[in-house]
Design a protein around this ligand. Structure first.
Ligand code: FES
Ligand code: FES
Length: 193
């Protein structure tokens, strides 16, 4: 008498139920992500670079992870804190919510590109130092880039304006009064220059 095992019972049961067991189908592996990465040309701080990156890459990740410009900070990564603020064609954007491809053909400026080539600090950078407008400094690159645009937009005429138009840049250290003082200091120099 043939030996009855768990396997033979299961096989018989499957056959009786009319279940057709499909052979395993070999699925061709998808092309590697690297092969699909488009080539992207970016002008950052006046230097043009060509990057092979996924089209879903944010501008923030392109700057930090691919161009190694780590001055731009990642805070919330959700568009809420302003730590990642950079300028695109002189307008401030939160780079965590901006795709790198959207910056193609435009001029991106980060905190690394603010000082003069000889190293002289931008008036806004100098003012943040003079006014001691930071504590931990994590929000500072975003604050400075936003402040530069705030003055250029003409939105730094009064303390109230500065607070309103800088409200997208949060500082968990609460350095706000000194940030306002720094912007007022730099405003005078920027308007003269
Ligand atoms: S990291 Fe972009 S807004 Fe917070
Ligand atoms: S200086 Fe610390 S978060 Fe602004």
């Amino acid at each position: 008498m043939p030996q009855v095992t768990r396997r033979t019972v299961l096989t018989a049961g499957v056959a009786a139920a009319g279940v057709v067991v499909e052979p395993t189908i070999a699925v061709e592996a998808p092309a590697t992500a690297a092969a699909k990465k488009p080539s992207l040309e970016m002008n950052v701080n006046g230097k043009v670079s060509r990057l092979g990156i996924d089209s879903r890459t944010t501008l923030l990740d392109a700057l930090r992870d691919h161009l190694h410009l780590t001055g731009t900070k990642k805070g919330c990564d959700q568009g809420q804190c302003g730590a990642c603020t950079v300028l695109v064609d002189a307008e401030r954007v939160v780079s965590c919510l901006t795709l790198a491809v959207a910056a193609q053909g435009k001029r991106v400026q980060t905190i690394e590109g603010l000082a003069e080539p000889g190293g002289k600090l931008h008036p806004m950078q100098q003012a943040f130092i003079d006014q001691d407008a930071f504590q931990c400094g994590y929000c500072t690159p975003g604050q400075i880039m936003s402040a530069v645009a705030c003055v250029a937009e003409g939105h730094a005429k009064t303390d109230e304006d500065i607070r309103e138009y800088m409200s997208g840049n949060l500082c968990r250290c609460g350095a706000y009064p000194k940030i306002v003082a720094a912007i007022k200091q730099a405003r005078g120099q920027m308007e003269q220059g």
